[in-house]
Design a protein around this ligand. Sequence first.
Ligand code: ZN
Length: 223
Amino acid sequence: MLVTGEPVVPGYVPFALLLVLEATAVLAWVLIFARRRLGASDGLLLCSRCTRLHERTEAFARGADGVAVGALTFLVALPFVAAGYERGFTFPGAALAVSTVVAVVAAAAEADFLARAVAARLWPRLTWNVEPARVIGGGARWLGAIFALYLFEPGNARIVGLFGGVGQRLVLDLAATWTIFAAAAILVIAAIVALAARWLVPLAFNSLPTALAAGREPHGSSA
Ligand SMILES: [Zn+2]
């Protein structure tokens, strides 16, 4: 294949796309939760100290969910945008891009939902029910983390593996490559932040993760 110096997409496009999708996802998450108090402990029996702790950690965890949806959407949308620059933007092309993004995010959410259903079967006394936005965010984090772990490999072979022909041309272009790795890094950080906020920090502060909090076991210093 003849390699010309011409990038597939203008240099600013991948970064601008990532920025717009992240801003949209975070804004959506803010709007979804704006009308409600941070209710991680809705319906759970928590002492007031744990309730305060969970309100704080849940704010971080929700932020992680929102940026993960943005980064996953970017990874799915970028090849379509690149193809649009190569072959021209068409309505069917745009519709295919949007429906692919929706399908990937929905499939990830469905996997998260099923995992919770299985967990509820295995550990019926724990709390696995959460609001839909958290199921969507959790699905995006898990699938995104898998994508990210797959992408992190010296060289750009994995980008080509994931994106196919368009990926092959995208990696010739430093701005696109860079932004793909930035999205992958965001997904890894989101996974770590959510794990820390929902599981490690409550345990470290002598509280319980929300999934375990319904157990009503005595814990922490009574305050
Ligand atoms: Zn407590």
